[in-house]
Design a protein around this ligand. Structure first.
Ligand SMILES: Cc1cc2nc3c(=O)[nH]c(=O)nc-3n(C[C@H](O)[C@H](O)[C@H](O)COP(=O)(O)OP(=O)(O)OC[C@H]3O[C@@H](n4cnc5c(N)ncnc54)[C@H](O)[C@@H]3O)c2cc1C
Length: 385
């Protein structure tokens, strides 16, 4: 085995990276701030078909119960013409994506880490990182210093493990959308038949993702509006959702308790310092429109592990390897960042000429199968389509 890599954070991206490195024969240690018994939050993830293939190769996919395929996506804008429908058959895949609870994924990954006998220390927070051209050293909150030829920061962009010792890198791109996502599950009158909806409105995009026999709802709106919506009682919430979304699925019959998540764009990029690489949300935090965030993070983890596997033990984590990683990920990551930012900004307004142009864009996509195929494949597989 090569000398080890240390990973900060056992969220889904850190865990996938650890499993992929282990498959490459590289020793890994993961440090996770949360205790082992911590419960994941209630968000729902839409995984692309490409992500499913990666999880299959890591032996994680077969552990996942509770997964609902998306075979069709209906994209529209409220109050204007223009609809696009994507189907799995058109792209020649069994499903365009899969919907599952974040908690299901993290539980399956935790089990896979344990079975692969990967060293994970739960309840240990990294408080700082020092590094130079030779090695990186992690400082932990229980007073240890742990050196490694490569440290992978997969802390979700919240912990800022690097900040205590070395200034955290400033985001190269940053935008506060001044929106919150209101998230819950809803029961509709008509069965979902594995169809997802992405509906653009001047207040922000809203998505319905088929999940079991219900829909997972991600409804984005301005802070004030989202807080008001989340506080509505069930009957008022369902009526407002119907007005917002329309009647394609019949009435909305019931809703689970609502939660809100703040939304922002922060693109830091992969490298923070010598021997340190940032992946997943630590490198880029995206708006959830079109469900790109984790899918890109998973490709970060997979590509990094592949490069580590190809590197000689001496080259693991050196400047040339990290530069090759940053180069390799640039198009995919910036493509995802640009795509989601474009969707939010271009669709979240009610300026008449822009509204008509959007309608024409959706229509053009609908009427031009090669263009539709191009967009769908990029959503599924990333820049390598
Ligand atoms: C409402 C909503 C809906 C979304 N929907 C989708 C979707 O449909 N599809 C999709 O692809 N993406 C979606 N996303 C994005 C997706 O949730 C994230 O991209 C993904 O969770 C990022 O994973 P991660 O492992 O990088 O970070 P996280 O999931 O945040 O995990 C980071 C881990 O690091 C640990 N940690 C933090 N600091 C430290 C420290 N100092 N020391 C040790 N450990 C530390 C944390 O405890 C945590 O376990 C959505 C996001 C939101 C908010």
């Amino acid at each position: 085995m090569n000398s080890g890599v240390r990973i900060v954070g056992a969220g889904p991206v850190g865990a996938v990276c650890a499993l992929a490195l282990c498959q490459q024969g590289i020793a890994v240690q993961v440090l996770e701030a949360q205790p082992e018994a911590a419960r994941a939050d209630g968000r729902t993830l839409a995984l692309s078909y490409g992500s499913q293939l990666i999880l299959e190769r890591l032996g994680v996919w077969r552990r996942l119960q509770d997964v609902t395929p998306i075979t069709r996506i209906h994209i529209s804008q409220r109050g204007a013409l223009g609809v696009t429908r994507l189907t799995a058959e058109e792209v020649d895949v069994t499903a365009l994506g899969y919907v599952l609870p974040y908690a299901t994924l993290t539980a399956a990954l935790k089990q896979a880490l344990a079975e692969a006998e990967i060293a994970v220390e739960y309840g240990v927070a990294v408080t700082g990182i020092e590094s130079d051209a030779a090695a990186a050293t992690l400082h932990t909150d229980d007073g240890r210093r742990l050196a490694a030829p490569l440290v992978v920061v997969a802390d979700g962009g919240r912990g800022d493990a690097a900040s205590k010792v070395r200034a955290a890198p400033a985001p190269k791109l940053q935008r506060d959308y001044e929106q919150l996502a209101v998230v819950c599950e809803v029961q509709t009158e008509l069965p979902h038949d594995n169809q997802a909806y992405e509906r653009f409105t001047p207040q922000g995009p809203a998505a319905l993702l088929p999940k079991g026999d219900r829909y997972a709802l991600v409804w984005t709106a301005s802070h004030a509006d989202a807080e008001r919506i989340a506080a509505l009682d069930d009957a008022a919430f369902l009526a407002e959702l119907y007005r917002h979304f329309g009647g394609r699925q019949g009435l909305f019959l019931s809703a689970s308790p609502r939660k809100t998540f703040p939304l922002k764009l922060a693109y830091v990029g992969s490298t923070a310092a010598d021997r340190v690489v940032r992946i997943g949300n630590a490198a880029q935090t995206l708006h959830p429109v079109s469900g790109q965030g984790f899918n890109i993070g998973l490709r970060d983890a997979w590509e990094l592990a592949s490069l580590c596997g190809d590197a000689s033990p001496d080259a693991l984590g050196n400047a040339a390897m990290l530069a090759a990683y940053a180069r390799g990920r640039r198009v995919d990551v910036l493509g995802g960042v640009g795509f989601t930012d474009f969707l939010v900004r271009v669709f979240s307004n009610d300026i008449a000429p822009v509204r008509h142009a959007r309608g024409l864009g959706l229509l053009a996509l609908e009427l031009c199968p090669p263009l539709k195929n191009f967009v769908a494949r990029r959503m599924i597989f990333g820049a390598r389509g």
